[in-house]
Design a binder for this molecule. Structure first.
Ligand code: ATP
Ligand code: MG
Length: 589
């Protein structure tokens, strides 16, 4: 399977919209009299001082705060917040922090920044799953009392052995028939810390013979003597993700709980659990429904958290915000735009079947938005001097360059012109190849927005390296003057005035991996790193770029889109990162 490219992607109709449309048409949520705040059913009833949940639908983006958000998360964010926006609903930002060990404040902060940066707002719907621990615990007691859960005291080994396989059912635990009273006693003693990790576990009582392994009495609470970033040492038992997540959705009155395909097999448990809790009066109905979609996979990119951590820890990149990483903080430093991501999410749509998207699609979405919004500037990335021998020494004048060729209303800016300019080294050839129209001895070109010049030769050092190119200019050929029409030339090159130029560090970023599917076929993915993914150069830039503010984006004419780095730029001394080239240089033949 080849990744889908721009040309191959049709605007996929979003199947999730069809589900929501049908739910709304059927009036599924019309009779809700809930408050808009999370809580169990009893606390949700709208009474004095509470407001009715006005949102037509509720979705959520539920990251686990154990890493930085990446391009895959951007798909999920745009989907969930986008649906809420389109249907006059609400989208919650919920930190799924039920796992005590891995979560850190640094990740919480970076997630908040990234979602805001993408342009979405959860208003006052920011929640932490760990705030619901008491409710989750109370519900577990209710399940025990109703005979829907029991404490198992088998060893992990024994539990694994009795679980069965994909083809054979499992067998009942010898502890399965404990009475509710016995179970409640044990569970309470688990809670107060009487037992060591792994000695007991609370399991849902469903069906050990089920064809779906996830329904064979799944674990719902385990003992973990660990400190939690939010609840500290208040708890030594923690809910399993598969138990916690449906409850989080129900407490928050989520209507459509959208997740990736690997949770499809968990849906029967999701539904079973919430149906039992609704019967017990713990949660509101209608219940949230889980809907799965295909996660984003991108060519030339790794999105697995484990691999991203390895790239950072082994210092293959310069930290989590390295512009080459597929993290959102990295993309931001790279000069990618939130609008480009939203365009991309819209473009690829959501489907039920595995999708593998060519990275060029994202790059093209970025390019499109940058093309519309980035002012043009001039930059010489590989400078060599051009000396205009017949231009008066000490003279200078202004040429006018448009800020955007398709937007005359953006106006023109003056760029200084003088006797010595910087031009690109590749814009001169002493012995031109066939079809080369730029500078070579005897040839005439236009210095874009300036004069027509005729090349007369070059200077070289002892090693034969070209140190300067010489030319003569036609004084009546200045762009924008009547005389300029008298000259017909094939070459048109850019330049900056040497005495006025701003010499700056520029980082030329390219794809981090040189292979379409890094690590394919059991290869170490590290071996697929692109050795040329970062090149740092000293460039000569148009003087006005000296005043660029951090995160200001530009098109450097003929080169691509660049951004003033938000970390390393100093006032009056910006450093630039290349976001994307003008054209896709990687496209398949
Ligand atoms: P892990 O669960 O291994 O820690 P994760 O990438 O699933 O990693 P979460 O923080 O749980 O991380 O993800 C938050 C949300 O983002 C989830 O709803 C998940 O389905 C979604 N998500 C994660 N990766 C992708 C992806 N590649 N494409 C689309 N959605 C994704
Ligand atoms: Mg996850």
């Amino acid at each position: 399977m080849l990744p889908r490219t721009m040309a191959e992607i049709e605007r996929t109709s979003n199947f999730i919209r069809h589900i929501i449309d049908a739910d709304l048409k059927a009036g599924k949520y019309a009779s809700r009299r809930w408050s808009g705040r999370p809580g169990p059913a009893a606390q949700q009833k709208v009474g004095a001082g509470t407001t009715v949940d006005e949102a037509k639908i509720r979705t959520r983006f539920p990251p686990e705060p154990n890493g930085y958000l990446h391009f895959g998360h951007a798909k999920s964010i745009c989907l969930n917040f986008g649906l809420a926006q389109d249907y006059a609903g609400a989208c919650h930002l919920r930190f799924d922090d039920t796992n005590p060990e891995k979560e850190e404040q640094e990740y919480v902060d970076s997630i908040i920044d990234a979602v805001h940066w993408l342009g979405w707002d959860w208003h006052d719907n920011k929640y932490f799953a760990s705030d619901y621990f008491q409710w989750m615990y109370d519900f577990a007691e209710k399940l025990i009392e109703a005979g829907h859960a029991y404490v198992d005291s088998q060893t992990a080994e024994e539990m694994r052995a009795s679980r069965g396989s994909l083809t054979a059912g499992g067998s009942n635990s010898p502890y399965r028939e404990r009475t509710p009273a016995e179970n409640l006693d044990l569970f309470r003693r688990m809670k107060v810390g009487e037992f060591a990790d792994g000695t007991h576990i609370l399991r849902a009582k469903i069906d050990m013979a089920s064809g779906n392994i996830n329904l064979r009495d799944p674990a719902i609470y385990r003992i973990r003597h660990a400190t939690h970033h939010n609840t500290g040492d208040a708890w030594c038992i923690y809910p399993m993700y598969t138990y916690a997540h449906p409850i989080e959705d129900a407490l928050e009155n989520i209507t459509h709980s959208i997740c990736t395909l690997e949770f499809e097999d968990q849906r029967p448990f999701y539904d079973w659990l919430l149906a039992r809790l609704a019967e017990l009066g713990c949660v509101n109905t209608p219940l949230p429904q889980q809907i799965e979609f295909a996660r984003l996979n991108l060519s030339y990119v790794v999105l697995s958290k484990r691999k991203l951590i390895q790239l950072v820890e082994e210092k293959h990149v310069d930290g989590w915000d390295d512009p080459r990483l597929p993290t959102l903080v990295g993309a931001r430093r790279r000069g990618f735009t939130p609008e480009g991501f939203r365009r991309f999410a819209e473009m690829i749509g959501v489907t039920k079947s595995d999708s593998w998207i060519d990275i060029s699609v994202l790059e093209e979405c970025q390019r499109e938005h940058l093309n519309e919004t980035a002012p043009r500037r001039i930059a010489v990335l590989d400078p060599v001097k051009l000396v205009i021998d017949n231009y008066p020494e000490g003279q200078e004048e202004e040429c006018l360059a448009p800020n955007h060729p398709q937007k005359p209303e953006w106006g023109k800016r003056p760029v200084p012109f003088s006797k010595e300019l910087w031009i690109e080294r590749e814009d001169f050839m002493e012995a031109p190849s066939k079809g080369y129209f730029r500078l070579f001895p005897g040839n005439t070109v236009r210095l874009r927005y300036g004069f027509v010049v005729k090349c007369s030769g070059c200077d070289k050092d002892a090693n034969g390296n070209i140190t300067a190119v010489h030319c003569e200019y036609m004084a009546d050929s200045k762009s924008g003057t009547p005389g300029s029409d008298n000259y017909k030339v094939k070459g048109n090159i850019h330049w900056v005035s040497a005495p006025h130029a701003y010499a700056a560090e520029v980082r030329l970023y390219d794809r981090l991996f040189a292979a379409e599917a890094p690590g394919e076929g059991g290869r170490d993915f590290i071996a697929d790193l692109n050795p040329d993914s970062k090149r740092v150069i000293s460039a000569q830039l148009e003087a006005a770029l000296k005043d660029a503010a951090a995160e200001e984006r530009f098109q450097f004419e003929r080169h691509g889109y660049f951004v003033a780095d938000r970390v390393d730029s100093q006032p009056g001394a910006p450093v630039f990162n290349r976001a994307v080239t003008l054209k896709d240089s990687w496209s398949r033949k």
